[in-house]
Write a protein that binds this ligand. Structure first.
Ligand code: HEM
Length: 484
């Protein structure tokens, strides 16, 4: 895991090797087919396709590792405009930094655009993964999961579970050694997710899941070779073991009759209760693991980044003391906090929204055009990829004043709970709008509430790394002191 995330020279070289191999394989595949509509593109879009085979990928990656990850895009945007062509990760690609073009792409259905992931990732996800499938089955599963994650039942369950895990974790925090926020939040978030998805409680099976999941995600960005001994092979083996665990949970539920025809307690129940024959036990168990991919890392990062930004902005931290008032009020009434208490504090929500804008945990998404599509006068040829680059829009001073400043006050009096607007898309949009967005906000609100009301802290220097995924270089060490 560490070797993937530490931006050492070895890692850079490893990535370059992986990328070149991807590109080579993809390019050979592409060259076998005639290039679709490329003449039309030359007329409508500016940009450069870079070197043969590798295109502009190495430039894109090396900029990603610097303190100015935007430099690749900013430079080209100045030269070619908000939408330009390039050649990235083995595919001719159109990069959209235009909020309206990106919105239209996200709103399109699978007849026009489908998701596009690196080969190793699609291998690990399997064919029936919600992240890969399209059409009516996708809509069905997405709808079922999305509405369960929005349900008061799930929110209440997540609240009590998260609070319990957080209290246990905080009780072990020592004042004479640093606490690594990124690790602490990861530890908690995976358990909250496993409970919400498959009803798993802490214990041996949870530990087994945690170990196998680490092996599994180590392969997400590996070479797409499945031979024994390779990382991809090890990750697939780990996934098989996790799928077996979920299949056993499903069998137990069926034997006990605990889920069928009763209220759903977790996502497995929701899918088992659905009458569609397409939702086989294998599909459900496979998808439970795939659902952990977007859920596992993103929430810990949201919380970690919020704490990073707050550490650098005492004024915002001071205003977060609205949480103290809530705590006092609830204590006077003798009530425990429930999920809508945590979500009720406007400034806390603004801090989360601003963290999502500035942090850009998901910098953008890639879609592949299934036919020639014209959007706002730009022709996107069949077979090309489009990178809808959220970060460019979130950091565009035409849409957000002083965009590099952490300024939660900019969201005052704006309701951002829907998770998405044209100029703010941290959770994507359209048919694939993140179904976990309420869960993410709730978990972050709970963590922030207990953290700011129970501790004072001093953060050690740390920097945000933006590539290949967003994370803190030193896992965000802080020194805490308990409030009396
Ligand atoms: C801060 C936290 C999170 C962020 C920023 C985030 C962001 C995103 C984005 C941008 C997408 C759109 C991908 C696309 O259009 O291809 C997405 C999809 C998705 N997210 Fe999240 N996510 C977060 C948390 C979660 C959580 C907690 C879960 C829970 C399981 C989750 C589950 C999913 C799933 C299943 C999809 C795929 C939806 C589909 O393809 O239909 N996410 N997320």
């Amino acid at each position: 895991m560490d070797s993937i995330f530490l931006p050492s020279t070895t890692t850079v070289i490893l990535y370059a090797a992986i990328v070149v191999t991807f590109i080579f394989i993809n390019e050979r595949r592409r060259l076998r087919k005639p290039p679709p509509s490329s003449v039309a593109v030359k007329r409508t879009l500016s940009g450069t396709m870079g070197w043969p085979f590798i295109g502009e990928t190495l430039d894109f990656i090396s900029c990603g590792y610097t303190d100015h990850p935007q430099s690749f895009i900013d430079k080209r945007r100045l030269l070619y405009g908000k939408v330009f062509k390039s050649h990235l990760f083995g595919s001719p690609t159109i990069v959209s930094t235009d909020a309206e073009v990106s919105r239209m792409i996200l709103q399109s259905d699978a007849k026009s655009f489908v998701p596009c992931y690196p080969k190793s990732l699609t291998e690990l996800m399997g064919e029936s993964s919600i992240l890969r499938i399209n059409g009516s089955l996708h809509r069905r599963i997405h709808g079922l999961i999305g509405s369960f994650f929005k349900s008061p039942y799930l929110k209440a369950q997540v609240t009590s579970n998260m609070r319990k895990l957080l209290m246990q974790s905080m009780a072990s925090w020592n004042e004479d050694r640093p606490i690594y926020i990124q690790d602490e939040t990861k530890h908690i978030a995976l358990q909250v997710l496993a409970k919400a998805l498959i009803g798993l409680d802490p214990g041996e099976e949870m530990e087994f899941l945690r170990i196998q999941f680490q092996k599994f995600i180590a392969g997400l960005m590996s070479l797409p070779i499945k031979l024994p001994g390779t990382q991809l092979h090890r990750s697939l083996e780990a996934k098989k073991k996790m799928v077996q665990l979920v299949l056993q949970i499903i069998r137990d539920k069926r034997i006990n009759g605990s889920s069928v025809l009763q209220d759903s307690k977790d996502v497995v129940d929701v899918l088992l209760n659905d009458k569609s024959e397409k939702l086989t036990d294998e599909l459900i168990s496979d998808n439970m693991i795939d659902l952990m991919i977007p859920g596992e890392d993103s929430v810990p990062l949201l919380i970690t980044l919020a704490i990073k930004y707050l550490s650098d902005c005492p004024k915002a931290l001071h205003q977060l003391k609205e949480n103290l008032e809530l705590k006092r009020r609830k204590k006077d009434l003798g009530d425990p906090l429930c999920w809508d208490d945590y979500l009720s504090l406007p400034f806390t929500q603004n801090v989360i929204t601003e963290t999502l804008r500035l942090g850009n945990i998901i910098m953008g998404v890639i879609r592949k055009a299934m036919k020639d599509v014209e959007i706002k006068g730009y022709l996107i040829p069949k077979g090309w990829c489009v990178l809808t680059h959220f970060r460019s829009v979130h950091l565009d001073d035409n849409h957000h004043e002083s965009p590099l400043q952490f300024n939660p006050w900019r969201w005052q009096d704006r309701d951002m709970s829907s998770g998405s607007s044209t100029y703010f898309t941290p959770f994507g949009g359209g048919l694939r709008l993140c179904p976990g967005l309420d869960l993410a906000r709730l978990e972050a609100s709970i963590f922030l509430h207990h953290f700011v009301t129970e501790f004072r802290w001093v953060a050690e220097d740390d920097t945000i790394i933006n590539f290949p995924t967003v994370r803190m270089k030193n896992r965000m060490p802080i020194w805490v002191k308990r409030e009396n």
